[in-house]
Design a protein around this ligand. Structure first.
Ligand code: SF4
Length: 698
C-alpha cells in the first residue's frame, strides 16, 4: 500500500503532551488522523515517545463534547451523580444561548467575585487572551494555571537569583557538556525524548549524576546515583556546595565577575559538612564529595530538575541551591552549561510567558509596577486594573470556601483531579454560584459546571506554543473539530464581547501581533517567520538569525547584571511520618499517562498498555503487609483513603509509596497535602505521611 493510499495529507504540528515540544507530522485520511510520525524539530530531530506517536486517537473519541451544554434546572453537581449517563444533568444549547448564559452569570457576579484558571495545554494566544479577559473584564489579577502545581517554586527562585524564569540553556546543550546533574526528575518516563539526549551524553562518556529518592531507568546510565531521603534535598545540595567551597573548587573569576552575595553563601555553607549531612540525606559523605569534585572541576556542566525538586514546601529553597551550585562552578552562560527546569505541560512555559499568572503580566512584568500596568491598559485600550498580586490556584479555591469568590471561568484545567486535597477542591467547585468550563471532554471539573463550552483539541486548531527550551513553535490544524466544538481563542473572544470588552480578532495571528507589543521576548519573531521556520528560540537578536540556545553569558537581567547566591536552610516537610502514618507518599506521572488522564485514558494504545490504577511498593513492604504483587492495598492519609492495585517495585524504598495521579478511581490527590511553599505557593505533592493497609481478597 502506498503512502498516498494511506493518507490524504500530512500536517506539521507539535505534540500536545509534554514540555519537550516534539514536532510531529499528522497523517490525515478522510479528516481523521490515522498515524503520526516524528518531524525534524529543534528539540526532537524526528524522535517521538509513545505518547506522541500513539496517543492521538483521543481526538476522535466518542466522549468528545460536540455541543454547548447548560446544567438542567436544579440538577445536582459533582462526580457520580449519574455514572451511567454523566451528561444527563445537562441539556444541549445553541452557542448563542450558552455564551449568553456563561457571560450573564459571570457579569452578574462581577469584579473580585469572579476568578479564572487558564490552561497550559492551550496556545500562547489563548493564554494571553484568557489573562487579558480576567484583568480587563474583572479588574483584578485572580488568574492562574497549572504552573502553580509544577514549577512555580523554580520560577520564583530563578526570578530572584538570575532575573528570568525560563531555562538558561536548551536541554539539547547537553551535547556540549561534560557533566550533568538530573535531580528530582524522571525523564525516561516524563520527558522521554529529552532522556534520549541524556543517554547519548552518558554513552559518549559524559558524567551523568542522577539524584532522586526513587530509583529510575536513567540510573543505568549514571556515573553516580544518589537515592537520597525524601525531602532532604537542601541538606544534600548544601553539603555538596560545602565541599566545593572547602576544597576551593569554585570558579573564583566567575564568582567575582558575575555574582553577588557569595561571602554570605560561603559562611552559610560552613554549617553543612558532608560528614554531618550524610545521615540526614542518606548519602555517604564520600559520595557527596565525589559528586562535588566531578561537577565543580568539569569544563562544562548542566543541571536539570523536575517536580521532585519543586513540589515541596521547600521547593524554592531546593531551586535556590541548584542555582547556587551552578553559579559557584561558573556553569552558566557558556555552551554545555546551564540551569534547566524541565517544564511539564506542552505550553506551561508559553502560558507563563503570556501572563497567565497572578503576579505577572506578559514577560514576567510585575502587576505592582504602575508603568507596566498602564502600558498594558494602553495596548488593550481600556481602563486600569488592580495593582495587587492576584490569588493563586489553591488560594482561589480557599476564597471560594470562604465565600469571597462565587464564580469561575475554567479553561482546560481539571482542579477536581489535579489539586491537592482534592475533596476540598471539589467542594469548592460545588459551592460556586456560577461555573463556566471550556474543555474537550466532560472532565471531572466539568461535572460541576453550570455552562460547558465545547472546545477544539490541539490537532484541530492554529496557534503557537513554547516548549521547555524557549522554542516558540507553530501548531497547525490537521482535522476539523467535531460537531459544533470551536477553537478556544474564538470562545474566549465571544465571551469577552458579551462582557462588553469590544474585542475583535480575525484569528490567532492578530492576537500574536498584539502580544508582541508588550513582550520584548518576542522581538524578531513574527507569525510569518514561524510559518516559514516552524520554530524560533527566544531571545533572538535579528529577523534572520537563530535564537539563543544559551543565555546570560554577558550578564543577568537583574540590577547590576549579576546573579545572586541565596542561602537555604533545612526546612522539614510539612507532615513528617509518625506512628499512625509511618510511610511517605509521593505522587507523579507514568510514561503512558498524561496528568489527570483526560486525554491518555481515551487514547486506545496508551490505555491498553496501562489500563489500571496502580501504586508502587517495595517487595519487602508487600511481604510485610502479606499482599501479593497485583493485590489491592488501601492508602490512607489525613485527607482520605484510596484503594489501588499494588506493584512490586524496588525503585521505591521500603518506607515509601508512589502513586500516579492520572486515575480518577484511585485519585492520588484525595491523599496529598495542600501545604504550600511560601514563595512559589506550590503544594507539597511529593511528600505526605501515609499508612498502607492490606485489602483482603473479596
Ligand atoms: Fe510528546 Fe513529550 Fe513524548 Fe515528545 S517527549 S513525543 S513532546 S510526550
Amino acid at each position: 500500500v502506498t503512502d498516498s493510499a494511506r493518507y490524504d495529507r500530512e500536517v506539521k504540528s507539535v505534540c500536545p503532551y509534554c514540555g519537550v515540544g516534539c514536532q510531529l507530522s499528522l497523517k490525515v485520511k478522510d479528516d481523521k488522523v490515522v498515524w503520526v510520525d516524528g518531524a525534524d524539530g529543534p528539540a526532537n530531530e524526528n524522535r517521538l515517545c509513545v505518547k506522541g506517536r500513539f496517543g492521538f486517537d483521543y481526538i476522535a473519541h466518542p466522549h468528545r463534547l460536540t455541543r454547548p451544554l447548560i446544567r438542567r434546572e436544579g440538577a445536582a453537581k459533582g462526580l457520580n451523580v449519574d455514572p451511567a449517563n454523566p451528561l444527563a444533568t445537562f441539556r444541549e444549547a445553541t452557542w448563542e444561548e450558552a455564551m449568553d448564559a456563561a457571560a450573564y452569570g459571570l457579569k452578574t457576579l462581577g469584579g473580585q467575585r469572579v476568578a479564572g484558571f487558564g490552561s497550559a495545554k492551550c496556545s500562547n494566544e489563548e493564554a494571553y487572551l484568557f489573562q487579558k479577559l480576567i484583568r480587563q473584564g474583572f479588574g483584578h489579577n485572580n488568574v492562574d494555571h497549572c504552573t502553580r502545581l509544577c514549577h512555580a517554586s523554580s520560577v520564583a527562585a530563578l526570578m530572584e537569583n538570575v532575573g528570568s524564569g525560563a531555562v538558561t540553556a536548551t536541554f539539547n546543550e547537553i551535547e556540549n557538556a561534560d557533566v550533568a546533574i538530573v535531580i528530582g526528575a524522571n525523564p525516561v518516563e516524563n520527558h522521554p525524548v529529552a532522556a534520549t539526549y541524556f543517554k547519548q551524553f552518558a554513552k559518549r562518556g559524559g558524567t551523568l549524576i542522577v539524584m532522586d529518592p526513587r530509583g529510575q531507568a536513567l540510573k543505568r546510565h549514571a556515573t553516580h546515583m544518589l537515592q537520597f531521603k525524601p525531602g532532604a534535598d537542601v541538606a544534600m545540595l548544601n553539603a555538596i556546595m560545602h565541599v566545593i567551597v572547602e576544597e576551593e573548587l569554585y570558579d573564583r573569576q566567575y564568582v567575582a565577575g558575575m555574582t553577588e552575595n557569595f561571602e554570605a553563601m560561603k559562611a552559610h555553607l560552613a554549617g553543612f559538612p558532608p560528614e554531618e549531612m550524610a545521615a540526614h540525606c542518606g548519602i555517604e559523605a564520600e559520595t557527596l564529595r565525589a559528586v562535588a569534585r566531578d561537577f565543580a572541576t568539569a569544563r562544562a556542566g548542566m543541571i536539570f530538575w523536575g517536580m521532585g525538586v519543586s513540589q515541596h514546601v521547600h521547593g524554592t529553597d531546593n531551586s535556590r541551591c541548584l542555582i547556587s551550585l551552578a553559579l559557584m562552578c561558573g556553569h552558566v552562560g557558556r555552551p554545555g552549561t546551564g540551569l534547566h527546569p524541565l517544564r511539564g505541560q506542552n505550553n506551561v512555559q508559553g502560558a507563563s510567558d503570556a501572563g497567565l499568572i497572578p503576579m505577572f503580566l506578559p514577560d514576567y512584568q510585575s502587576v505592582t509596577d504602575d508603568g507596566v500596568r498602564s502600558a498594558f491598559s494602553e495596548i488593550w485600550g481600556s481602563g486600569g486594573f488592580s495593582d495587587q498580586k492576584g490569588l493563586t490556584v489553591t488560594e482561589i479555591l480557599d476564597a471560594v470556601h470562604s465565600g469571597n469568590i462565587n464564580g469561575m471561568y475554567i479553561l482546560g484545567e481539571n482542579p477536581a483531579m489535579s489539586d491537592p486535597d482534592v475533596e476540598h477542591a471539589r467542594a469548592a467547585l460545588a459551592k460556586l454560584d456560577h461555573l463556566v468550563v471550556q474543555d474537550i471532554f466532560l472532565t471531572e471539573t466539568a461535572n460541576y459546571a453550570d455552562v460547558i463550552l465545547p472546545a477544539a483539541a490541539w490537532a484541530e486548531k492554529s496557534g503557537t506554543v513554547t516548549n521547555t527550551n524557549r522554542q516558540v513553535q507553530m501548531g497547525r490544524p490537521a482535522v476539523p473539530p467535531p460537531g459544533e466544538a470551536r477553537e478556544d481563542w474564538w470562545i474566549t473572544v465571544e465571551l469577552a464581547k458579551r462582557l462588553g470588552l469590544g474585542w475583535d480578532y480575525a484569528g490567532p495571528y492578530e492576537v500574536f501581533a498584539e502580544m508582541k507589543k508588550g513582550m520584548k521576548s518576542l522581538d524578531n519573531i513574527t507569525w510569518e517567520r514561524l510559518e516559514a521556520e516552524d520554530a524560533v528560540t527566544y531571545p533572538v537578536k535579528g529577523p534572520d538569525v537563530p535564537g539563543e540556545a544559551v543565555v546570560f553569558g554577558d550578564g543577568f537581567p537583574r540590577d547590576g547584571g549579576r546573579a545572586r547566591f541565596t542561602p537555604a536552610e533545612i526546612v522539614p516537610p510539612d507532615e513528617v511520618p509518625d506512628a499512625e502514618y509511618p510511610m511517605v507518599l509521593t505522587t507523579g506521572r507514568q510514561l503512558e499517562h498524561w496528568h489527570t488522564g483526560a486525554m491518555t485514558r481515551r487514547a486506545s494504545v496508551l490505555d491498553a498498555v496501562e489500563p489500571e490504577a496502580n501504586c508502587s511498593l517495595h517487595p519487602a513492604t508487600l511481604r510485610r503487609l502479606g499482599v501479593e504483587a497485583g493485590g489491592t492495598v488501601r492508602l490512607v492519609t489525613r485527607r482520605g483513603a484510596v484503594e489501588v492495585m499494588a506493584r512490586a517495585d524496588r525503585a521505591v524504598s521500603p518506607d515509601m509509596v508512589f502513586l500516579p495521579f492520572a486515575f480518577v478511581e484511585a485519585a492520588a490527590n484525595v491523599l496529598t497535602n495542600p501545604a504550600l511553599d511560601p514563595y512559589g505557593k506550590i503544594p507539597e505533592f511529593k511528600f505526605a505521611a501515609c499508612r498502607v493497609e492490606a485489602v483482603p481478597l473479596a
